[in-house]
Design a protein around this ligand. Structure first.
Ligand code: NAG
Ligand code: NAG
Ligand code: NAG
Ligand code: NAG
Ligand code: NAG
Ligand code: NAG
Ligand code: NAG
Ligand code: NAG
Ligand code: NAG
Ligand code: NAG
Ligand code: NAG
Ligand code: NAG
Length: 540
């Protein structure tokens, strides 16, 4: 869960390794939503021949200043926290295969070039907005370096007017659900495995669609190189006699079974679609048991909405909720009962929301109205799951919110991790300053109470010991001062500390439960804690 860089090493080798780690910090963003290369598809919405044209958009959010973004052939420069919307008329068409839906067999891939490429020089978040008339869906686009080579396809939910009433023995009037497979850069062979097995070779940035038969066999997509996989229906029945796009980006198969808390606020008439290497099932949502275990795909279905769920292991500390001009947007938060304080929406702290328990779990959830266009939801000290849903004329759409950061920071959303390092060699206090500087770090100053507990939580996982911190007594006045010149408040002296001037002019921190301080002889050789702050997302 922890992505901050915490290193204990020999000083001689540390400089080289620091360079490697520094490279790693920027190349390995926290979470699976941020990256620099994306291939976006817009699934067929209602029907390719529908007389109203689509208004599809790619939303790009920058995490750093001077981020240069290219969407298809349009280029823009964005700053930290800024979102830009790019219009596109690219949309997938019907499945164009020999032997149409009315004329089985239809178990073949339909291949198209209808993708939008998004690239940037720094990490960004990309979301797709599909709209044709009132048929709206949003999707979080996974960057190409976070994709997988194996995906479990969810079972097809029973949708009145969509999946019942076959016109031909195995095809319904509106056509079955489909799986959409998006290739990134190299030539790639992808296979859909159900009762049978169908393969296709894709060129770079191509997309393949195939219908999902309704059978109880586990259905899997495997590929030679990573691909993105979507589960979609262009015109699934919603309420009354209205149909619209249903779509969900699937997560790659995981290497172990994980637990998915199901937010209860969307529970009316909902079911859970679960598929992994053990089973594939559609289960009505049981309000008594709100935890689903799977190593594959878990999707919540309720009329008009497919919502891919977030497992405990992928809870994060900072999320981006997409830009919406609608007044009916909701943020859904799932968090451990212990950690309900310290949640922020943008720059303001969340005030007394209505929490609802997830029975049989340690979690509670809440929903909040989205009031601004783009919103950042973050937790000071814990991780959580955040979803975005919206309702337009009682038609729902939404997706899991994009992860900006997985490591909680009381100051906001860290887009690069803070560096906290206990050096492996011991130095005098004065040498420690230089020893940290040699790695472009600072001997740590702990002038804020929340900062102290954040650092203490990270460091006390190590075996208890004393470490130098950046505080000492002025030889002029005898007053304590921090190396970073912050006011000397929020002190954390251990019981009976500090002693008189003769006991030491510098201070150590003991890595025990409370991380208390004690004055110490500045010439003693002790290992220093070196530090570098994170880069924070600009919040508005
Ligand atoms: C990213 O996704 C993979 C596969 O779904 C998962 O194993 C991993 O934990 C995810 N990482 C984060 C930080 O969520
Ligand atoms: C990004 O630019 C804004 C002003 O445009 C500035 O306030 C902020 O400090 C910059 N952030 C970083 C990390 O440089
Ligand atoms: C896709 O593009 C390639 C060349 O870039 C072309 O040869 C091929 O015919 C196109 N395929 C479709 C389905 O349009
Ligand atoms: C799928 O098939 C099973 C059994 O053949 C049937 O009970 C179920 O209703 C079907 N589901 C859909 C969505 O058509
Ligand atoms: C479609 O129906 C035909 C005739 O009932 C059957 O032979 C064939 O196996 C079916 N295909 C699938 C994918 O179910
Ligand atoms: C299913 O996959 C998980 C994780 O990949 C693995 O631990 C488990 O043994 C597999 N179970 C079966 C029945 O193959
Ligand atoms: C949000 O919560 C309220 C109160 O629990 C509930 O009435 C409402 O239906 C919820 N909305 C959504 C979108 O879940
Ligand atoms: C739940 O489904 C029933 C019929 O299946 C329907 O009458 C009712 O309106 C639905 N409720 C909601 C909140 O969707
Ligand atoms: C949920 O629990 C209640 C009481 O504890 C019980 O009456 C009900 O049958 C349970 N529902 C399900 C679906 O298990
Ligand atoms: C939550 O609190 C309980 C007791 O109050 C404790 O046993 C548990 O470990 C805590 N869980 C977390 C995740 O902090
Ligand atoms: C959904 O939106 C409609 C208006 O578009 C509103 O009347 C209805 O109350 C909303 N439903 C919920 C649960 O917010
Ligand atoms: C810092 O680097 C300089 C130059 O390489 C070296 O002379 C000095 O001993 C180093 N200081 C410490 C404390 O390692």
């Amino acid at each position: 869960m922890c992505f901050y860089i915490y290193r204990i090493m020999n000083v001689r080798t540390s400089r080289l390794i620091f360079l490697l780690l520094a490279a790693l910090t920027s190349a390995t963003p926290p979470g699976n939503s941020t990256g620099q290369r994306f291939v976006v598809v817009f699934p067929e919405n209602i029907a390719y021949y529908y007389p109203t044209s689509s208004q599809n958009k790619v939303w790009v959010t920058a995490l750093h200043n001077a981020t240069q973004v290219t969407v298809a052939s349009q280029t823009q420069t964005l700053n930290s926290g800024q979102t830009s919307s790019f219009n596109t008329d690219v949309e997938l068409k019907k499945l164009d295969v020999p032997g149409s839906q009315m004329n089985p067999p239809y178990e073949a891939f339909s291949v198209s070039n209808d993708t939008v490429q998004v690239t940037s020089n720094k990490n960004i978040i990309v979301q797709a907005f599909s709209m044709r008339k009132l048929s709206i869906q949003t999707a979080l686009v996974i960057p190409t370096d976070k994709l997988g080579t194996k995906y479990f396809i969810p079972p097809v939910p029973q949708i009145l007017g969509t999946t019942d009433g076959p016109v031909t023995p195995n095809v319904t009037e509106r056509g079955p659900f489909r799986v959409i497979i998006v290739n990134s850069q190299q030539q790639n062979t992808v296979t859909f495995k159900g009762q049978g097995e169908t393969s296709v070779t894709l060129q770079s940035n191509q997309v393949a669609q195939i219908w999902v038969p309704n059978d109880t066999t586990k259905q899997v997509v495997v590929s030679q190189f990573p691909v993105a996989v979507l589960f979609s229906h262009p015109c699934a029945m919603k309420y009354g006699c209205t149909c619209g796009l249903l779509t969900a980006a699937l997560p790659p198969a995981r290497d172990r079974s994980v637990k998915f808390p199901v937010p209860m606020l969307l529970a009316q008439n909902a079911s859970v679609l679960q598929s992994d290497n053990r089973s594939s099932s559609v289960v009505p949502l049981n309000l008594n048991s709100t935890l689903v275990e799977s190593s594959g795909t878990v999707v919540l279905y309720r009329p008009g909405l497919l919502l891919t769920l977030i497992p405990e292991t992928e809870f994060a500390s900072c999320f981006l909720v997409p830009s919406m001009q609608s007044n009916n947007g909701f943020i859904i938060i799932v968090v451990n009962k212990n950690s309900t304080s310290g949640i922020h929406i943008g720059t303001s702290q969340l005030q007394n929301p209505m929490w609802q328990e997830l029975d049989g779990t340690d979690y509670i959830s809440t929903n909040l109205s989205v009031t601004s266009d783009t919103t950042v939801v973050w937790h000071e000290s814990s991780t959580m799951a955040v979803y975005f849903v919206a309702n337009q004329s009682n038609l729902w759409f939404g997706n899991p919110a994009a992860v900006i950061s997985s490591t909680p920071d009381f100051r906001g959303c860290a887009v690069t991790a803070e560096v906290v390092e206990v050096q492996s060699s011991a130095y005098s206090w004065t040498e420690s300053i230089g020893s940290c500087k040699n790695e472009t770090l600072e001997l740590i100053s702990l002038s804020d109470g929340r900062f102290q507990s954040q650092i203490c939580t990270k460091l006390r996982q190590d075996s208890p010991q004393d470490v130098w911190i950046g505080v000492r007594r002025s030889s002029m006045t005898g007053d304590w001062y921090w190396l970073n010149n912050n006011p000397f408040t929020n002190t954390n002296w251990a019981d009976g500390e500090p002693g008189g001037v003769e006991e030491g002019q510098c201070a150590v921190m003991s890595l025990n439960n409370n991380c208390g301080w004690r004055d110490e002889d500045c010439c003693k050789a002790i290992r220093p804690v070196c530090y570098q702050g994170p880069e924070l997302l600009k919040l508005s």
